[in-house]
Design a protein around this ligand. Structure first.
Ligand SMILES: [Zn+2]
Length: 322
């Protein structure tokens, strides 16, 4: 058996998997509020108290962690714990424990996703080559799947913190606002849940008809809903700017990694705004990279619909590493 985890700043998913060929099969999966626990070993102990998991013969484990992984230790970005692979291995008598960045873990799910678990934005032409993953949620994560000797190796990236590249006059207005607010404009300040709230601020020249306060933690969800229902012109414009910036940055990632094997859009936001992602704006911004439009037109682009892709990827990695 394998233990897999997707450890986020807010939520943690743990799963017990049977390591059947290619795609590990989930036996039990449970979600936890990360901050309800003092450390990962306490959280794993709670998971292993369930009837479905008690006494399971676990041999190896892999955890995707929302934060940088240095050696066998990972520091979470928004949680005051260290995740120590060696401690987990000792406490639960595991042969092998791997720690990956959360996007790196999700990247390992890409090769085993079923057709029903993705929505194709651009068919492209199936080709060998690197793949890339971009995922907007609370933040913006990116990862590269490097194609070497017929296999994919996932590398983490902190590309979400790269500089935001303005493409249009209204992006320039947004850029000025972000620099004033943060000192430096990062892509994540636009392409993430809080980013959508930042865009909302500059997209409203008149008060928001949907009465959304961008400081409200629930603002991103409310803005998307108001835009998709076309209740407020400002919210519609905010979501359009967000979708174009998301597509443009996915295109930048494709250029930087020559991702001819495909670009995958993960994270919690994409499935929720699918009608906006499929209206043409996202892919136009993705392809608008003269003189390399032909390269970008050939790249398959797919939205990941499986909300547990990060957990699945960690299980795929544990099966291969264990
Ligand atoms: Zn509005």
């Amino acid at each position: 058996m394998l233990l897999a985890g997707d450890i986020g700043g807010t939520k943690t998913l743990l799963g017990l998997f049977d390591p059947v060929a290619a795609r590990p099969h989930p036996i039990a999966v449970r979600g936890f509020t990360t901050l309800d626990f003092d450390d990962l070993t306490t959280l794993i102990s709670a998971f292993l108290e369930d009837d479905a998991t008690k006494g399971a013969p676990i041999e190896s484990a892999c955890f995707g962690v929302a934060g940088p992984v240095i050696g066998d230790v990972a520091e979470l970005t928004n949680v005051p714990w260290l995740v120590d692979a060696q401690r987990v291995a000792t406490k639960f008598k595991l042969r092998h424990v791997s720690l990956l960045n959360d996007l790196q873990a999700m990247a390992y799910s890409v090769s085993v996703l079923r057709d029903a678990e993705v929505h194709v934005l651009q068919q492209g032409r199936t080709a060998d080559g690197n793949r890339a993953l971009i995922a907007a949620g609370t933040g913006l994560g990116e990862a590269l799947l490097h194609h070497v000797d017929g296999r994919f190796r996932a590398s983490p990236s902190e590309g979400g913190h790269a500089d935001f590249a303005a493409r249009t006059e209204r992006d320039v207005v947004l850029l000025r606002d972000l620099i004033e607010r943060y000192g430096r404009a990062q892509v994540e300040h636009v392409v993430s849940g809080p980013g959508l709230a930042n865009v909302h601020r500059v997209a409203h020249r008149v008060p928001c008809v949907a009465s959304i306060n961008p400081e409200d933690p629930d603002a991103p969800r409310a803005i998307s809903a108001a835009a998709l229902d076309r209740r407020c012109d400002g919210c519609v414009e905010a979501l359009e700017m967000f979708v174009e910036a998301y597509g443009a940055d996915a295109g930048n990632l494709a250029l930087r990694t020559v991702a001819t094997g495909g670009v995958f859009i993960g994270g919690g936001i994409a499935p929720k705004i699918l009608p906006a992602l499929t209206d043409g704006r996202f892919m136009r911004a993705f392809r608008d990279k003269a003189p390399l439009e032909a390269l970008l037109e050939a790249i398959p682009v797919k939205v990941i619909l499986n909300a547990e892709a990060g957990l699945l990827g960690a299980a795929v990695y544990a099966a291969a590493a264990g």
